[in-house]
Write a protein that binds this ligand. Structure first.
Ligand code: ADP
Length: 188
């Protein structure tokens, strides 16, 4: 059973690593960012409401986010576990997740905190913006995403550390080396 939460600034490599582990552990990679981007591209109701937040790098309001996480974590493919990437992103989301996982009797193993210095994440995101054309990888949006991360998401590091659920991993290394570290976390 693998249930991991990935924490870290934008550009830390949460998505990259979660995708690799998802293949290795045979559990779904659940990225709220991916869910929102798909909804925006398909112009669903959710996508229309979420679009402006993604474009400016603000958090999509919890009123739109919590319900979709509940829906996703109760889908059939999650019975063997999951890798959560991009959620929770504030204390209210973390509390909601606690309650939800208790209700579903799905305790998670740990929170992986991916540590990468600011200047490295900025360089990675600028590069990704050029390569993939992701519309939120522009300089002003990157700055705002980092600000939102510091203000809203970073407090979760202490939240989980105080509960002894945090494992920090150096994300400023080649992708393969980070993956090896993470596999040690999953299979100690
Ligand atoms: P990154 O980690 O590089 O910022 P994500 O794909 O995780 O990329 O998120 C992209 C955007 O999607 C965020 O800037 C935010 O607007 C929205 N988003 C993703 N997850 C959440 C969440 N849990 N709560 C609110 N908004 C979210």
């Amino acid at each position: 059973m693998t249930r991991l939460i990935f924490l870290g600034p934008p550009g830390a490599g949460k998505g990259t690593q979660a995708k690799k582990l998802s293949g290795a552990c045979q559990v779904p990679h659940i990225s709220t960012g991916d869910i929102f981007r798909t909804a925006v591209a398909q112009e669903t109701d959710l996508g229309i409401k979420a679009k402006a937040y993604l474009e400016t790098g603000e958090l999509v309001p919890d009123a739109l986010t919590l319900g979709l996480v509940r829906e996703r974590l109760t889908a059939a493919d999650t019975s063997n576990g999951w890798l959560l990437d991009g959620f929770p992103r504030n204390v209210a989301q973390a509390s909601f997740l606690d309650t939800l996982l208790q209700e579903l009797e799905q305790p998670f193993e740990c929170v992986v905190n991916m540590e990468v210095p600011d200047e490295v994440v900025i360089a990675r995101l600028v590069q990704r913006g050029k390569e993939e054309g992701r519309s939120d990888d522009t300089e002003s949006t990157i700055r705002n995403r980092l600000k939102v991360y510091r203000e809203e998401t970073e407090p979760l590091i202490d939240f989980y550390r105080n509960r002894q659920q945090l494992v920090s991993v150096d994300g400023n290394k080649p992708v393969e080396e980070v993956t090896e570290e993470l596999i040690k976390v999953v299979q100690p």
